[in-house]
Ligand binder design. Structure first.
Ligand SMILES: *Cc1c(COP(=O)(O)O)cnc(C)c1O
Length: 461
């Protein structure tokens, strides 16, 4: 796809449509000279250079990458009209696209019925799921793993619900025995299961938690904000295939959240929440005097806590799904490449004598640290922080991120490390770009070099 060509076509298409409504005078109050614009644009693009190269495979840090060109064209074209998906009157075309895109997400998770919509983010999507959970279980709290996204605790406070963080096992997954201890108190109405934790990509055992629904009368909500699209690799042939059980079990949970702005190739402003029982729409009912006049159908704004939402976000997702469908042979191929890259790197680290794996990647997040002598948390922390900083400052830079492991988590995985601090930062790389598959050896070599250059007595490179 030639971005410049399609940007031009986008402007033409909207212009042609606009012209069908007849001519009018642009107001001088909005007029900007090209010369003035050029000067400001120069400064603007200059300032934008102060960024990390999220697009480049040597950026192997946080969960960040640019959207697919199809999403960019979808977003920008629609933005020229600027529909608001709050109501059908705000944008009939994009409201329909939102319904279709959301239905494809529901099909991806195997939901046979659903009510759902896009949101501004995973945080808001989770807030909506917990809001519905509170309406159904008033007075009862929410249990989530200690490694769940930090916003669950925050959103519980917003909703006036008590949050119950539950211990994780030695791979970062929710410990079901610890969970049952909490559920036996009868204080919890909802359990959040995370399929793909943000830190390490750990997948909670959703299939084993299903029995809790009946046994303790709880709702099950799945936070798949980061990991959701990995369901496309469930049971796949090849090294990238994932054990299918937790992913298939999502279809039997009450709600699920996924962020198309993470692995769905979308720009920011695109989360999604899906409920299995469409009846929960009743909790959103409101009576707006302004917004609805053209239809008696349930508007998206009537099933969403947010009011204005970008129709362009729905359009971008719809257009992307026409080209790279949320199916194993569509988007699944994109995720498969990132996952193979993560596995390849894990093997290189296992064979390395300067780096150690923190734990094996479950999805596409690789966690590792420089092998230090003597092995202590303080030394691991300092060495990780140094490699992170040196990697970014080097002439041939590599961009990583760090993840803080607490003492218990670290020593559960590496019992021989001296626990002389309450935790340590380790290095963390999210390999969410398919290009990483053919670049990961280079990134590994760079990280090994950076690690070696700090060993006492080592030759500086
Ligand atoms: C990213 C993430 C969130 C928060 O989503 P935002 O879109 O950043 O608000 C919640 N849960 C998990 C598991 C995530 O990875």
């Amino acid at each position: 796809m030639d971005l410049q060509h399609w940007l031009g076509r986008a402007a033409d298409a909207i212009q042609e449509w606009a012209e069908t409504f007849g001519p009018y005078e642009p107001h001088p109050a909005l007029h900007i000279d090209d010369d003035r614009f050029a000067a400001v644009f120069e400064e603007f693009t200059g300032r934008l250079r102060d960024n990390y190269p999220f697009f480049h495979p040597s950026y192997a840090g946080q969960m960040l990458k640019p959207p697919h060109p199809a999403a960019v064209i979808g977003y920008l074209t629609t933005m020229l009209i600027n529909p608001n998906n709050h109501a059908l009157d705000g944008g009939p075309a994009t409201a329909r696209m939102e319904r279709e895109a959301v239905a494809r997400l529901a099909a991806m998770f195997g939901y046979d019925t659903h009510l759902g919509h896009l949101t501004t983010s995973g945080t808001i999507a989770n807030l909506e799921a917990l809001f519905v959970a509170r309406e159904l279980h008033p007075g009862r709290g929410v249990a989530y793993s200690a490694d769940a996204h930090y916003t669950h605790g925050r959103m519980c406070r917003v909703l006036g619900m008590k949050g119950y963080p539950v211990a994780t096992d030695d791979r970062g997954r929710l410990d079901l025995d610890a969970l049952e201890d909490v559920l036996r108190t009868g204080q919890v109405g909802t359990v959040v299961l995370t399929t793909g934790s943000t830190g390490l990509g750990a997948v909670d055992p959703v299939h084993e938690a299903l029995a809790l629904q009946e046994r303790h009368g709880v709702r099950l909500h799945v936070d798949a904000a980061y990991g959701g699209f990995f369901t496309l690799l469930a049971g796949a042939d090849g090294p990238e295939g994932l054990p299918p059980e937790p992913w298939r079990a999502i279809a039997r949970c009450d709600s699920v959240v996924v962020d198309p702005h993470k692995h769905g190739l979308q720009p920011y402003g695109c989360g999604a929440v899906l409920f299995r029982d469409p009846e929960v729409g009743r909790f959103y009912l409101h009576d707006s005097p302004y917004t609805y006049f053209t239809s008696t159908e349930l508007h998206l704004g009537e099933i969403s806590l947010e009011c204005s939402r970008a129709g362009a976000a729905a359009a971008a997702l719809w257009l992307t799904f026409q080209l790279l469908a949320p199916t194993p042979d569509g988007l699944g191929r994109v995720l498969g490449a990132g996952r193979r890259a993560a596995l390849k790197w894990a093997d290189l680290i296992t064979a390395s004598d300067t780096l150690e794996l923190y734990q094996r990647p479950e999805l596409d997040i690789v966690s590792y640290f420089p092998a230090v002598q003597p092995a202590s948390l303080t030394a691991v922390d300092a060495a990780s922080a140094r490699v992170l900083a040196d990697g970014m400052a080097a002439p041939d830079p590599v961009f990583l991120s760090t993840f803080r492991a607490d003492r218990e988590a670290f020593t559960a995985r590496h019992p021989r490390t001296t626990a002389d601090a309450d935790g340590a930062r380790v290095l963390r790389s999210v390999l969410m770009k398919p290009e990483s598959e053919h670049h990961v050896e280079r990134v590994h070599d760079r990280v090994e070099q950076l690690t070696r250059s700090h060993r006492p007595g080592a030759l500086r490179v």
